[in-house]
Design a protein around this ligand. Structure first.
Ligand code: NAG
Ligand code: NAG
Length: 517
């Protein structure tokens, strides 16, 4: 259902969508977890509360100062009425000096007195790097689902209004953050939008600033001619604009260079084949391939399945990939999430070494051990029943949460150790022979698990699980198991992974469904 919606709306193909993520590999970020974004709402609620207290205390302070001012005013008026008498009268002379020395001093101290409420706990505030993360997430969604910047800026997604119109300064901010992230293609797009929206009433941002930023982003894209045009326009408006003055000459040189030698070839795309179209749900395998696949009740392979057969949907025979439907109940899922949520807490970014910390903050998952709760043990046992593989060689259950824009680019679950070295030495049980991924939530749109080499995409269904072997039956790696998690478009995606290693599976692993049989 969702698949077809996405497919219909985003049926165009993109070939260069990866161009903008040269260094991206795994980027699950602050922004990428709905759970963590919810923490930010709580944080903002705290800020509002503190601001309220601050305002209230200040109002009391101001009220007191008003009363004091009245009194001082009255005294002064008295004095000014007959100034000579007033100052020559020893009583009033004393009062005047006393007022200035003591009363006014009290007021001075009072005025400087801190009301004792601070706005924020610095350690909990997101940093400007988080804003970059959000902007990158937006660009990622635009790329994958082919969203037009103008629509997004107007708060429209899928033809529906889901937010307000962004302000000029907000579009400018997104564009600038994307420039910081070296995603110039989308930086250009957002800066153009900012320029389009700009009016002389746009607060906090000048047209010249936008034009300079756009010129820079364009030049990084090799669009020197347009960049120079903008720079010239800026200089017409502000002949002494330093930024424009500095960039004019280099741009002119680059244009000459480009005419003579052309542009360097673009960074080649990482080739994930059908990844974008699989994510959008508009890639279909051939009918011949699909015809071989079955849905059935699996009741033969293990004792457990004989008693409680599972709905199994085959996705691929070689490599073996299946989905089990309705393997976890809503109540069980709720319990798992309760246990996992506190473990997902992002390690908050501090202000001093924010850069260092932000690199490690990409993790938004938590590990659940069997000893933590009976439900974790129960899931381990169910995984064993489902797969007939020994759980003595399984890792802890990893629970992860992806928010809007959250994704995991195609990767393999197995390790390729150096010659003579062991895979996963910390686990010490061989390579990851198989993966079981439970979906702990539905996802409104996006968030599919896709296998680009195989043309397989699975859209999350709460309570289902995908199971596949990462290794061939002879123990060598099966590179066709390359898989990724598509960006979540709308919704919050929860998954739980169970990785099973080789040791102890010698007599367990069944023959492949048909191949090599
Ligand atoms: C600020 O942080 C401290 C400890 O880190 C905490 O006890 C306190 O409640 C926090 N204050 C607010 C307003 O969040
Ligand atoms: C292991 O099995 C795969 C698939 O059947 C085959 O392609 C590969 O050559 C085998 N490798 C070895 C070392 O036997």
């Amino acid at each position: 259902m969702v698949v077809s919606v996405v497919a219909k709306l985003f049926s165009l193909s993109i070939s260069w969508w990866l161009l903008c993520y040269p260094w991206t590999n795994v980027r699950g970020e602050y922004f990428s977890s709905v759970e963590q974004m919810r923490q930010l709402l709580k944080l903002e609620q705290g800020l509002i509360d503190n601001l309220d207290r601050y305002i209230k205390l200040h109002e009391q302070k101001i009220e007191f100062l008003h009363r004091q001012r009245e009194w001082f005013g009255k005294e002064l008026k008295e004095g000014l009425k007959q100034d000579v008498e007033y100052t020559s009268n020893p009583m009033s002379a004393f009062l005047l000096v006393n007022r200035l020395v003591n009363d006014w001093e009290r007021i001075r101290v009072f005025m400087e007195l801190d009301v004792g409420v601070k706005l924020q706990n610095n350690t909990e505030m997101p940093t400007s790097e988080d804003v970059v993360g959000v902007a990158e997430g937006l660009a990622r969604l635009q790329d994958m689902y082919q969203l037009n910047t103008k629509d997004m800026a107007s708060g429209k997604l899928l033809g529906r209004k889901i937010g307000r119109q962004l302000k000029t300064a907000e579009c400018y901010e997104i564009g600038n953050k994307l420039t910081t992230a070296t995603n110039y293609r989308y930086a250009v797009s957002w800066l153009r939008e900012a320029l389009r929206l700009w009016t002389s009433e746009s607060p906090g941002i000048s047209k010249v600033e936008i034009m300079n930023s756009l010129s820079y982003a364009l030049s990084q894209q090799g669009e020197y001619e347009e960049a120079l045009e903008l720079t010239k326009k800026v200089l017409k408006m502000q002949p002494d604009n330093q930024r424009a003055l500095k960039s004019k000459e280099p741009l002119e040189k680059w244009i000459v260079y480009k005419q003579e030698y052309g542009l360097p070839p673009p960074v080649p795309d990482a080739d994930y084949k059908n990844y974008p179209s699989l994510c959008r749900g508009d890639y279909q395998r051939s009918n011949k391939e699909i015809a071989k696949l079955r849905c059935r009740y699996e009741h033969k392979r293990t004792m457990f399945l004989r008693i409680a057969p599972l709905k199994m949907e085959e996705l691929s025979h070689d490599p073996f990939i299946v989905v089990y439907h309705e393997v976890l109940h809503d109540k069980e899922i709720a319990m798992v999430l309760d246990i996992a949520k506190p473990l997902l807490q992002r390690s908050m970014v501090g202000d001093d070494v924010s850069k260092k910390i932000s690199k490690t903050r990409t993790s938004n998952n938590g590990w659940l051990d069997d000893v933590m709760h009976p439900i974790v043990r129960r899931i381990t046992r169910r995984t064993e029943d489902m797969t007939d593989l020994a759980m003595s060689a399984a890792e802890q259950l990893q629970v992860g949460n992806y928010g809007v824009g959250g994704h995991y680019l195609p990767h393999h679950d197995y390790a390729v150790p150096e010659e003579g070295k062991e895979a996963y030495p910390a686990v010490g049980k061989g390579n990851r022979i198989a993966t079981v991924m439970y979906y702990l939530s539905d996802v409104a749109i996006g968030g599919a698990t896709v296998f680009p080499e195989l043309g397989v995409s699975v859209f999350p269904r709460k309570g289902s699980a995908i199971f596949w072997y990462n290794l061939h039956a002879n123990g060598t790696i099966d590179s066709r198991t390359l898989h990724g998690a598509c960006p979540v478009f709308v919704g919050s995606k929860w998954v739980a992974n169970k990785w099973i290693h080789e040791y102890g599976q010698e007599f367990r692993r069944p023959c492949q469904v048909d191949q090599n049989a």
